[in-house]
Design a protein around this ligand. Structure first.
Ligand SMILES: Nc1ncnc2c1ncn2[C@@H]1O[C@H](COP(=O)(O)OP(=O)(O)OP(=O)(O)O)[C@@H](O)[C@H]1O
Ligand code: SF4
Ligand SMILES: [Mg+2]
Length: 334
């Protein structure tokens, strides 16, 4: 396994109290695989990613438990210097907002080239040539001229391509893309996502794709992890999950869009509000909003059950659901 996050806990200590932003989350992604992480705003998707990358805001953030196994090594036990060497070279991150992630006073050529100068010891001249190659690779027109431009001189879509180029520069084994297309127009979103998916296949990278867009997930992901209140509540191969969700929250997410192949749809219209993370409900955190909730749900935290879909025919698909009544949910096709 390329990356395995186990039982991760992250807290934020603020004046108002302790926020349990990540509360026992775990997921895994293999080389060449795309894992989509899905969930409402505030469910802990970005904080989990930041803990994996080693860029968590500490303080106020604090990792209070768990493991982040990257190629078998627990990153949480490494010194900052060792983590810095892994970051960029072996794992890289793409953010939603390229304008604030890129340096406004340097040309894009300087920023891309810097990666090769610092990590590969290249001369400035060679590094610039590599920067142009990379810009070509992410299909920025007239790369040889535009390498001298600054980030603000590019459109949003082109800037996002530059950030993809930065992430790819050192050919990392893992890329985490946190809502990489959310800030873009719908047509540009599709182009950027197609490019990212193509590069991921070509380089055989592991990709963790954090997104609100169920259309994108269906097109590019192999597996999905659904997150709620800092935990993974369901994980499954994409098509199994779409065919028959095994958690009522997943079902509610799927029901909140009219068609799965529709792009650019946000998750919404689930009744009730996400929980206050300073005061997560006892038992199943989803129980106040769950149409299937019963007494046991209000008292007992559901463990992650292995889901076996006996009607699926094939071998067990590595599915799991944190619902006491996953079987009922899976079989309920109404
Ligand atoms: N720097 C911070 N200081 C204090 N609390 C924080 C900080 N960053 C995140 N949190 C808390 O952690 C929770 C989870 O945040 P996170 O950014 O992971 O959500 P998310 O699932 O990525 O949401 P979104 O879809 O809106 O990006 C938030 O509700 C917030 O309360
Ligand atoms: S454990 Fe209970 S409340 Fe939680 S999702 Fe399942 S049925 Fe709903
Ligand atoms: Mg986020």
């Amino acid at each position: 396994m390329l990356l395995e996050v186990r039982d991760l806990h992250v807290e934020f200590r603020t004046r108002d109290g302790i926020t349990r932003a990540v509360d026992g989350a775990g997921y895994a992604v293999d080389a060449g695989e795309t894992l989509a992480v899905l969930g409402e705003s505030g469910s802990g998707k970005s904080v989990t990613a930041q803990a994996v990358m080693g860029i968590l805001d500490c303080p106020p953030g604090r990792i209070t438990g768990g493991q982040v196994l990257f190629q078998g090594q627990d990153l949480l036990t490494l010194k900052e210097e060792q983590r810095r060497r892994i970051r960029g070279a072996r794992m890289a991150m793409i953010f939603q907002d390229a304008l604030s992630a890129l340096n406004p006073v340097l040309t894009v050529g300087e920023q891309l080239g810097e990666m090769f100068v610092v990590h590969r010891g290249m001369s400035r001249k060679d590094a610039r040539a590599r920067a142009v190659e990379l810009m070509d690779r992410v299909r920025i027109p007239a790369a040889a001229q535009r390498v001298r431009d600054h980030p603000h001189q590019f459109s949003g879509g082109m800037r996002q391509r530059i950030m993809i180029a930065m992430a790819l520069a050192l050919e990392p084994d893992l890329i985490i893309a946190d809502e990489p297309t959310t800030a873009l127009d719908v047509t540009v979103q599709a182009q950027v996502m197609d490019l990212l998916a193509e590069l991921q296949r070509e380089y055989r990278m592991g990709l963790i794709l954090i997104t609100h867009d169920l259309g994108v997930v269906a097109d590019v992901a192999d597996r999905i992890a659904v997150m709620y209140a800092g935990r993974i509540v369901e994980s499954a191969p994409v098509h199994d999950l779409y065919k028959a969700p095994a958690h009522p929250y997943t079902r509610a997410l799927l029901d909140s869009i009219p068609r799965l192949d529709q792009k650019g749809r946000e998750l919404h219209a689930i009744k009730g509000l996400p929980p206050n993370l300073m005061n997560i409900p006892p038992g199943c955190a989803f129980h106040p909003r769950c149409p299937m909730a019963r007494d046991v749900c209000r008292t007992d935290v559901p463990p992650l059950h292995e889901v076996i879909d006996d009607r699926a025919g094939g071998p067990p698909g590595g599915r799991a659901s944190a619902c006491h009544f996953w079987r009922e949910c899976l079989h309920d096709r109404t």
